[in-house]
Design a protein around this ligand. Structure first.
Ligand SMILES: Cc1cc2nc3c(=O)[nH]c(=O)nc-3n(C[C@H](O)[C@H](O)[C@H](O)COP(=O)(O)O)c2cc1C
Length: 149
């Protein structure tokens, strides 16, 4: 496994910042990353890589605008059984639709037979901890599950 494609769904920048911090730390550990802040489904390599999708939720459980076309293309794909992936969901527990975008894209990828390499990380922005700190603290355990090192 040679690289991580980090796919960002973000409207106000929080999920993007988390993704950037994780990308920097993965690079520090000798793992290549490609960060996609305007992801185009057909442009992203699916082989010898892991997709790490880092997305917030908007509206009533909707995807951030920059992820909508990506998800539409994903939904039209038949089989992703060669794809390894993991999801980080960023949201606010005061919404009934807490982290629904992250949960839905996780379910969609599973439906397409993609391989979830680790359980979804759910970040609540109303927690005391900064989401990027929680994500960085989680990263080593994630790397261990992926076999990247
Ligand atoms: C208009 C609006 C709608 C939101 N809807 C949801 C929601 O349905 N579920 C949720 O978990 N969080 C919701 N949030 C919270 C955002 O997901 C949260 O603030 C997140 O950190 C934003 O990340 P971003 O800066 O990367 O876009 C909403 C925020 C706004 C401003």
């Amino acid at each position: 496994m040679s690289s991580v494609n980090i796919i960002v769904g973000s409207q106000m920048g929080s999920a993007e910042y988390v993704a950037e911090q994780l990308s920097d730390e993965l690079n520090n550990q000798g793992i290549d990353t490609q960060l996609h802040d305007q992801p185009v489904f057909s442009d992203i390599d699916q082989h010898n890589t892991i997709w790490l999708i880092c997305t917030s939720t908007y509206g009533a459980g909707d995807y951030p605008e920059n992820l909508i076309n990506f998800v539409d293309d994903l939904a039209q794909t038949d089989d992703l059984s060669n794809l390894k992936y993991s999801v980080i969901a960023l949201g606010d527990t005061s919404y009934d639709t807490y982290n629904l975008a992250g949960r839905n894209i996780d379910a969609l990828l599973t439906d397409k037979k993609a391989i979830r390499v680790a359980e979804r990380l759910e970040l609540n922005i109303t927690d005391e901890a900064l989401p990027e700190d929680t994500a960085l603290a989680w990263l080593d355990s994630w790397i261990a599950k992926t076999g990247l090192k």
